[in-house]
Ligand binder design. Structure first.
Ligand code: HMG
Ligand code: MG
Length: 313
C-alpha cells in the first residue's frame, strides 16, 4: 500500500514568514483533501511563541472539511500539545525528536533522553484513546550543527521509539543533505529490524536529491512518503534547510516506477494557488558545493565523510 503524507500545511507553513489567515489554511487543507493524498499533516500543537505561524492549529482542525479515507494528523511535542490536539479532534499524532543532541536542544528545548521521557506518557494516553502515533526521527542523516550522523545512531533512536509504542517512524533528512547511498545504508541497517510498512521517509530537498532519495527508498520497499505541495517547507530551527521534496515531483517519480499513486499532479496546483498570495518569493539556492559530485566515494560534496576528491560537476 502506497501512502503520500502531505506535510505542506505543517512543514510548509511553519517556515513561511507571512502570516496566513486561518480561513486560507482551512481552504488549503480542504483543497488538498480533494487531491487523493492519503494523509495530511494539518498543523502542530507546539508553542505559539516558538512557531507563531501555527498558533491557530486547533481552529484549523475544527474548521476543515473531512474527506472519507483521509487521515488528518498533527505534531505534538508534549502533554500540553496532546491535550490541545485531542480537543481539536486529530486522527493521529506525530511526536518528534532527533538523533542530534544540538538540534534537539534548539528545536524542542531538551535532549534526546528528555524528549523520550516526555513522550512516554503521551504514548500511553494515545493508546488509551486509540490514536495512532507517528514518530519523527529528525537529523537521521545530517545535522546542521553536528554534521554527518552515523546510521547506527539513527537506527538506535528509531528502535527506541518503536519500543515505546510508536506505530510508524518517519526517517527525516531535516536539512536535505542525504544522498541515495546514505539512504541505502540506513535502510540496509534498519530493514532487518523493522518492517518497511512501519517506515516513512521525509526528505527535504536542499541539495536537489529529494526525488532520487524517494526512488532509492521505493526500491528498498518503502511505501510511505512525506512530501509538500510546491516543495514548501523547512524547519525554522535548522539553518540552511529548504523545503520538502515536492508532492508533484514525488507523484511523477513514483508513477515512473509503475506505482499506482492515485494522484493527478495537476490537481495539486489549485491547492497551492490558494496559498500563492501569501508565500514569499522562492529563494531556493543550491548551497556551496552542492552541485559537485565526487569521483571516488559516493558522497557529493568533497567535505566531511568524503574520501575522495570532489570533481567539478
Ligand atoms: P518548553 O520546554 O516548555 O520550553 O517547550 P520553551 O521555552 O521552548 O517554550 C515554553 C513556552 O511554550 C511556554 O510559554 C509554554 O507554556 C509554551 P511562555 O511561558 O513562554 O509563554 N508551551 C506551549 N504552548 C502551547 N502548546 C504547547 C506548549 N508547550 C510549551 N504544546 C516545546 C518545548 C517543544 C513545546 C517548544 O520548544 C516548541 O514548541 N518548539 C517548537 C518545535 C517545532 O515546532 N519545531 C518545528 C517542527 S519539527 C520539524 O520541522 C522537523 C520535521 O519536519 C522532521 C524533519 O524534517 O526533520 C518534523
Ligand atoms: Mg521536515
Amino acid at each position: 500500500m502506497l501512502k503520500i503524507v502531505e506535510v505542506g500545511p505543517r512543514d510548509g507553513l511553519q517556515n513561511e514568514t507571512a502570516s496566513v489567515p486561518t480561513a486560507v489554511k482551512v481552504a488549503f487543507v480542504d483543497a488538498l483533501s480533494e487531491t487523493g493524498v492519503h494523509e495530511i499533516e494539518v498543523s502542530a500543537f507546539v508553542s505559539p511563541r516558538k512557531v507563531p505561524q501555527l498558533g491557530d492549529a486547533g481552529d484549523v482542525f475544527r474548521r476543515l472539511t473531512r474527506q472519507n479515507g483521509v487521515v488528518y494528523s498533527a505534531l505534538v511535542p508534549n502533554a500540553e500539545g496532546f491535550d490541545r490536539a485531542l480537543a481539536a479532534g486529530v486522527d493521529k499524532i506525530a511526536i518528534f525528536t532527533a538523533v542530534s543532541e544540538t538540534f534537539n536542544r534548539k528545536n524542542i528545548n531538551t535532549s534526546l533522553a528528555g524528549s523520550l521521557r516526555r513522550f512516554e506518557p503521551l504514548l500511553k494516553r494515545a493508546q488509551q484513546v486509540g490514536l495512532p502515533v507517528r514518530g519523527y526521527v529528525s537529523t537521521a542523516f545530517w545535522c546542521a550543527f553536528e554534521g554527518r550522523i552515523r546510521p547506527e545512531a539513527a537506527i538506535d533512536v528509531t528502535l527506541r521509539l518503536v519500543d515505546m509504542g510508536v506505530d510508524e517512524v518517519s526517517l527525516s533528512d531535516t536539512i536535505g543533505r542525504a544522498a541515495p547511498p546514505e539512504v541505502a545504508r540506513l535502510l540496509d541497517g534498519l530493514l532487518p529490524k523493522l518492517p518497511a510498512d512501519r517506515i516513512a521517509v521525509h526528505f527535504h530537498d536542499t541539495y536537489g536529491r529529494g526525488v532520487a532519495n524517494v526512488l532509492q527508498s521505493w526500491d528498498y520497499g518503502i511505501r510511505i512518503f512525506d512530501a509538500s505541495v510546491g516543495g514548501l517547507g523547512g524547519c525554522p530551527f535548522a539553518p540552511g534547510a529548504t523545503g520538502n521534496v515536492a508532492t508533484e515531483a514525488v507523484v511523477v517519480a513514483l508513477a515512473s516506477r509503475g506505482a499506482a499513486v492515485g494522484i493527478d499532479p495537476a490537481n495539486l496546483t489549485p491547492a497551492l494557488q490558494i496559498l500563492e498570495p501569501y508565500l514569499k518569493p522562492a529563494q531556493r539556492r543550491m548551497p556551496p558545493g552542492g552541485s559537485r559530485a565526487c569521483e571516488v566515494c559516493e558522497f557529493f560534496d568533497g567535505g566531511d565523510g568524503c574520501s575522495g576528491k570532489a570533481a567539478a560537476g
